[in-house]
Design a protein around this ligand. Structure first.
Ligand SMILES: Nc1ncnc2c1ncn2[C@@H]1O[C@H](COP(=O)(O)OP(=O)(O)O)[C@@H](O)[C@H]1O
Ligand SMILES: [Mg+2]
Length: 416
């Protein structure tokens, strides 16, 4: 039987205590000053604490104590400011105070307590704005989504706060690839709020989903599952959404569509919505564009043709060329040298990053709905993306200090 401490406003504490006992839990109502209670929690033997989400009930000290003692924390929020307080502290197990008992019980019994691993801490106002990386590639599924997810996972694993946004207006597929629900597309919701000037960090956290991983969790703004919703992703809205993301997280990784056709040339109506506006705006706003091609003869020729169009939209110095699915079976012996030579000869592109083909690893990731890092951490494509992120995206490490820095052992995950 689970032993649960209750630290809630009256009479909510009594209502929840009755529900707990009725459903086979042992509930104890805690009273007194929060600081003294926090001291006692570490040795209390409680499995979980259900507390109010407001400042009087929930503090960072309390979360820290509970995290290190393996006590799960669930907060009941009565209003938006309480919800915001809990989100600021990095607590996701927050439920409406009026929620029926089965919903609270579901949170109590679901999986282990969430790890707050540092990369979901809110940004400090005044910090440099976050960086934006757009992942683009021509038609033919060269691996834009695969690369965008893998880059987000690597950045999160380095302890950064990361949001992965799906701005593909033709075939958004981040949500199905990561096994997330996409009934309420987060990116479209963000664009709608940005359009009305009400997209805040709190709103971004409310509408995004969280991909949980022991290696580093990240936010996901899911894409439009149904392509006919593309008019919701207008250029101005996408630009405003990206600006809000810069204030929200350290890195925003955007999965874009393939098509760079500028609809201005097709329609003379200045105010008509434009299908490729989301992709083109994301590319223009991004600090870096990862341009992905497929490492086979057809993929390379598609890439080289579309690369010319890409350079009409953004400067070459912001583009990092990545050729994915490198394998000899489709291009002959020494595929890396063949690809490099083709790019140099026909596109004047030097030093592309090459990502090996590994069908088994990618299939396993899709089957599990997890990132490559979580499923096949030692696979060749995952190692190559790790190197790409370290050498092209993350800032170069400062020279090693003379004295050995103190290191801290990572705490094991609390048992459920
Ligand atoms: N390095 C790789 N090795 C093997 N398969 C890959 C690799 N990269 C991508 N794939 C596979 O290619 C398919 C298309 O990838 P995806 O990222 O969805 O393409 P895009 O977003 O460009 O349309 C997916 O089934 C994916 O698993
Ligand atoms: Mg895709």
């Amino acid at each position: 039987m689970k032993s649960v401490a209750l630290r809630l406003p009256h009479p909510l504490d009594e209502r929840v205590c009755v529900d707990l006992k009725r459903h086979g839990f042992h509930g104890t109502i805690l009273k007194g000053a929060t600081e003294r209670l926090v001291e006692g929690l570490a040795q209390s033997g409680f499995d979980a604490v259900i507390c109010g989400a407001g400042q009087n009930y929930l503090s960072s000290d309390m979360l820290e104590t509970c995290d290190s003692a393996g006590i799960k924390v669930i907060a009941l929020a009565s209003n938006d400011s309480e919800r915001r307080h809990a989100a600021n502290l990095g607590l996701y197990e927050v439920i409406d105070a009026a929620a029926p008992w089965p919903h609270i019980e579901q949170l109590l019994t679901a999986g282990p307590a969430l790890l707050r691993d540092g990369n979901d801490a809110p940004r400090i106002p005044g910090e440099p704005r976050g960086e934006v990386i757009a992942v683009w590639g021509p038609a033919g599924a060269p691996g834009r989504t695969t690369l965008a997810i893998a880059i987000a996972a690597e950045l999160a694993a380095e302890g950064h706060s990361v949001a992965l946004a799906d701005a593909d207006t033709h075939s958004g597929s981040v949500a199905p690839t990561l096994g997330l629900l996409d009934e309420a597309p987060g990116f479209a919701a963000a664009c709608r709020l940005a359009g009305s000037g009400s997209l805040t960090t709190a709103e971004l956290e409310r509408i995004s989903e969280r991909y949980q991983s022991p290696h580093g969790s990240f936010w996901v703004l899911t894409g439009i599952g149904r392509p006919h919703r593309w008019p919701e992703l207008s250029g101005e809205r996408v630009i405003a959404t990206i600006a809000a993301c810069r204030e929200w997280v350290d890195y925003t990784v955007i999965d874009t569509g393939f098509c760079l056709e500028n609809d201005d040339e097709i329609s003379s109506d200045l105010f008509a919505p434009r299908r490729n506006a989301a992709t083109i705006s994301a590319l223009r706003e991004a600090d870096r564009v990862v341009a992905v091609g497929s490492g086979d003869p057809v993929g390379l020729s598609r890439f080289l043709r579309a690369h010319v169009d890409l350079l009409e939209i953004i400067d070459a110095d912001r583009v990092l060329t990545v050729i994915n699915r490198i394998r000899s079976s489709v291009i002959g012996a020494n595929p890396a040298a063949q690809v490099e030579q083709t790019l140099r000869r026909f596109g004047g592109i030097e030093s592309p990053v090459l990502i090996p083909h590994d069908q088994a690893a990618l299939d396993a990731a899709i089957l599990a709905g997890r990132t490559l890092r979580d499923v096949a951490g030692k696979s060749a494509p995952r190692v190559a993306v790790g190197k790409l992120v370290a050498s092209h995206i993350l800032p170069r490490p400062a020279p090693a200090p003379r004295r050995r820095a103190k290191w801290k052992r990572r705490e094991p995950a609390p048992t459920p």
